[in-house]
Design a protein around this ligand. Structure first.
Ligand code: PTJ
Length: 264
């Protein structure tokens, strides 16, 4: 796929992501509506100029600080996150010393099996290729990350059906949950359980964005790389007056400023 797209094509990064997702759909790891969700995200990303805004950088910093200070952090991944940014998720978990839980909205045992297998293959790929600029003990850190999701023994309160299943030593007992591409109901349920919820969502107007404790309005693959970089640097504290709504408005105004790109 990458060989077919000229290196200077203006939509190259976007087309590569489409290729990754259509391959993942063929492998059976995505929900039926995953490509629609991605397309919605793409439209917002277009308005961001497909780059990380200063508001998103502030949210990424806040997210990293909150996750570092957590007593029990967990990274919750769904089909789209496993397809798009699996290696960043592993590296973040290794640096934070926290588990990864595969937790999907459209849960079937077959999808869960495929997602867990794909995550393990991606961990192996990091071992095989090394971790550039990673900490000296990276192999040990990566090895020690627990991958949860296969044997849920608890429920997310306030949501129904298969999508409520989670692990008691993962999402259920976490004080901070990182959930890229979350749906509104589940984000709301996690917040109602008293957890801090950090989300990545290109749509600043979604219920997820508005409900979360920290919302990063940016594209997941870019965010993953930046969060790993930040976690490899010096720790810093969360900002005491973090105002998520203010940051959402700042993100939305970057999109509205795209109007200036149209010459009269
Ligand atoms: O794997 P499952 O079963 O858990 O299902 C996953 C999907 C994504 C299908 C499910 O969570 C879903 O339907 O999500 P929504 O409610 O459509 O929300 C997805 C949100 O993610 C939308 O607001 C999109 O704008 C946003 N989004 C899509 N792709 C990206 C993104 N945000 C950041 N980076 C992306 N690459």
């Amino acid at each position: 796929m990458s060989g077919d797209i000229p290196i200077d094509h203006p939509r190259r990064a976007s087309l590569l992501k489409r290729g990754i997702l259509t391959d993942a759909a063929s492998e059976g790891i995505l929900a039926d509506s995953a490509l629609i969700a991605h397309g919605r995200g793409e439209a917002f990303d277009y308005l961001l100029g497909e780059s990380t805004s200063p508001a998103a950088v502030r949210a990424i910093n806040e997210a990293v600080a909150v996750m570092r200070e957590a007593e029990r952090c967990v990274i919750s991944v769904n089909g789209n996150a496993v397809a798009l940014a699996p290696q960043s998720m592993w590296k973040m978990a290794a640096l934070l010393g926290c588990p990864i839980e595969v937790n999907i909205f459209h849960r079937t045992e077959e999808r869960m099996r495929l997602l867990l297998e794909k995550m393990e293959r991606e961990r192996e790929a990091i071992f095989a290729n090394g971790w550039e600029n990673g900490p000296t003990e990276w192999k040990q850190l990566l090895k020690s990350v627990a991958l949860l999701g296969g044997e849920p023994d608890a429920l997310i309160l306030g949501i129904e059906g298969n999508r409520a299943h989670c692990h008691s030593n993962g999402i259920h007992s976490a004080d901070v949950v990182f959930v890229p591409l979350e749906d509104g109901d589940r984000c709301n349920a996690l917040v109602s359980m008293g957890k801090k919820v950090v989300v990545v969502d290109l749509n600043p107007l979604s219920r997820t964005s508005q409900t979360a404790s920290v919302t990063i309005v940016d594209e997941l693959t870019r965010v993953g790389v930046k969060m790993v970089e930040s976690l490899m640097g010096e720790p810093f504290s969360p900002s005491p007056g973090w105002d998520n709504m203010r940051n959402l408005k700042d993100s939305l105004s970057v999109m509205l400023d795209a109007m200036d790109l149209i010459e009269e």
